[in-house]
Write a protein that binds this ligand. Structure first.
Ligand code: MTE
Length: 290
């Protein structure tokens, strides 16, 4: 098919994001984090949390190909002047992509350094014109039990779909991004294709994968892990080495790759080292800010 015809077909369609799409779009390269090595891609794409595909770290890499990501639509509703349900390509039509190399700190005390490709959350939300009443933003993952074996499991205990939320001023912080790619390519399914959140100063569970629904709200939405175990997983979930998880310390973390013989333990930093977000929490008691 000629390039022109493909382009015409692409307009208005909800096709998956392909490598060709990313090559055509391009992205502004990011800076590596000084003094920290980027985690090898084979770890970042094989050691995952995506409970929709099972609870073992290798389940997502093994089973996430069963999820259909083409076509993909995202529904944006709630406190917005212009609600809409858009195909993923339309949603990203005028968005400039950039690379951001971020630390990712899981609440389970392991961490990685990942080069994401994405754009600020604000860029997307502004397009739908949040009203003055919008105070929070809620995100929802795809719910499709016939393609997501973890959603068929009676043992997961999770009330699907997976839901996460941010205060609107957190979402509008320039560090908060939506990612569509990593390591120079489009996101693999196990990492949350085709669209996921990345909030680097918060524990990884806030960075919800494979988003299909976004809703701006007046009240604080309920969220999956906070619902399941509020004593262990706070709504804010800011990385905080001084507040332990009830079952383990959060003072340090295992930086991947790590082995029994080379544990690679490093100290955890407040806000995962992204101290510039501190003003967002100026009126909160950080000893309880978990
Ligand atoms: N999003 C969904 N939909 N389902 C999940 O189980 N796990 C979260 C987060 N996003 C999860 C999710 C957790 S606990 C972490 S640590 C990160 O995804 C892991 O992201 P990664 O697998 O890309 O490293």
């Amino acid at each position: 098919m000629g390039g022109g015809a493909a382009l015409a077909l692409g307009a208005g369609a909800a096709h998956a994001l392909s490598e060709d799409w990313l090559t055509a779009r391009g992205f502004r390269p990011g800076m590596p984090i000084e003094g920290e090595e980027t985690t090898p891609v084979e770890y970042a794409t094989a050691y995952n949390n995506f409970y929709e595909f099972g609870t073992d770290k290798d389940d997502p890499a093994r089973y996430a190909h069963e999820m259909t990501v083409d076509p993909w639509t995202v529904d944006v509703a709630g406190e917005v002047a212009k609600p809409g349900k858009l195909g993923i390509e339309d949603l990203l039509a005028n968005v400039d992509l950039e690379e951001r190399v971020y630390r990712l700190r899981c609440v389970e005390a392991w961490s990685m350094v990942v080069p994401w490709i994405g754009f600020p959350v604000k860029t997307l939300l502004d397009r739908f014109e949040p009203t003055g009443a919008a105070k929070f933003v809620e995100f929802e993952t795809l719910h499709r039990p016939d393609e997501m074996r973890g959603q068929r499991s009676f043992f997961s205990g999770i009330d699907w779909p997976y839901r996460e939320a941010l205060r609107l001023d957190e979402a509008y912080h320039p560090l908060a991004i939506f990612a569509v790619g990593m390591y120079g390519k489009v996101l693999p399914n196990q990492n949350g294709a085709p669209l996921r959140l990345v909030v680097p100063w918060k524990y990884g569970f806030k960075s919800i994968k494979s988003i299909v629904r976004i809703r701006l709200t007046r009240r604080r939405p309920s969220t999956t892990w906070n619902d399941l175990q509020p004593r262990e997983y706070g709504f804010y979930a800011n990385v905080n080495p001084t507040v332990d998880h009830p079952r383990w310390s959060q003072a340090s973390e295992r930086r991947l790759p790590s082995t029994l013989f080379s544990p690679n333990r490093i100290e955890t930093r407040m806000f995962n080292g992204y101290e510039e977000v501190a003003p967002l929490y100026a009126d909160m008691d950080l000893r309880r800010n978990y």
